[in-house]
Design a binder for this molecule. Sequence first.
Ligand code: NAI
Length: 336
Amino acid sequence: MHVVVFSAKPYDRQFLDGANAAGGAKHRLTYLEARLSAETAILAQGADAVCAFVNDPCDVAALETFSRLGIRILALRSAGFNNVDLVAARRLGITVARVPAYSPESVAEHTVAMMLALNRRIHRAYNRVRDGNFALDGLLGFDMRGRSVGIIGTGRIGLAVARIMQGFGCKVLAHDPFPAEEGMAMGLEYLDVDDLLARSHIVTLHCPLTPATRHLIDDAAVARMRHGTMLINTSRGAIVDTRAAISGLKSGAIGLLGLDVYEEEADLFFEDLSGQVLQDDIFARLLTFPNVLVTAHQAFFTTEALTAIAETTIGNITAFAETGRALHEVSTEKLA
Ligand code: NAI
């Protein structure tokens, strides 16, 4: 198949070319730096398949263009698929495939890296020491052992975080509409979300972005948290209402905030904008807090994860070419 890869970075080319070669070089891959959008969808002309990433809006206009171009499969190189209009894809007969599980540990370990960095103020200590400032004031942390960590969403990543936190000697609390058997076997205490927020020293988000989880962390949720809670979001930006998080930081309700995702990240993340004036005032405000650590959607960014993402993406396209069904299709059965 001829596959047009949108939002392609040098590392995408490296890993996708490797996976394609390992699979017998069955596909011709064309790499575009452009993000996929209604305007750029036409660049897929001549292709059989499109490969897109997390911040590529696959809306109805883009999908209609694909349909006109004869594209039958949209292969996401991500686990999340909230950026795709699945109703439109179903109507247009475009199969949407994804990479359901590439390396839950990549995201879980980054989550824990953020917890430790924030707790022990590593981001501040790094700069201080380089500036010849060896004072410790302002760097006081706490022992993780014995603390309660509340995990919202105990799927693959949430459970991987739970295993690590149990290793630290933390008490792990959980909330999930579908509690995992493995989670219960591990001794996680499943609670409703309000109780979890009230009892956790650290709250970490690992549920998908859905209408039910959009702004799950809003003003009311922040008000239910223990004073000084550490909040980590490595899931999807819009699960946290950023304005509520900023209010929580100002009041001290949120003591430490770690974000790998941001609700308006699509215009910022994955690009070098260091020579430009930041236009997003809410994001700019976030960056002024000493107790906020932001990484630009890099939790997945390990060699193991990129290898697995590329292998599964090429596997999805190969299976679709050979059988008409991708290995990991996003189910549209329940959609209207
Ligand atoms: P998963 O599908 O294995 O687990 C998601 C869990 O969330 C499920 O157990 C589900 O029942 C639960 N859930 C659904 N609605 C919920 C709600 N309202 N409240 C609480 N829990 C709810 O997904 P996985 O692989 O663990 O990934 C989780 C999320 O992590 C993805 O949806 C994606 O948005 C994000 N992610 C972020 C990455 C990054 O680089 N920052 C990379 C990969 C995934």
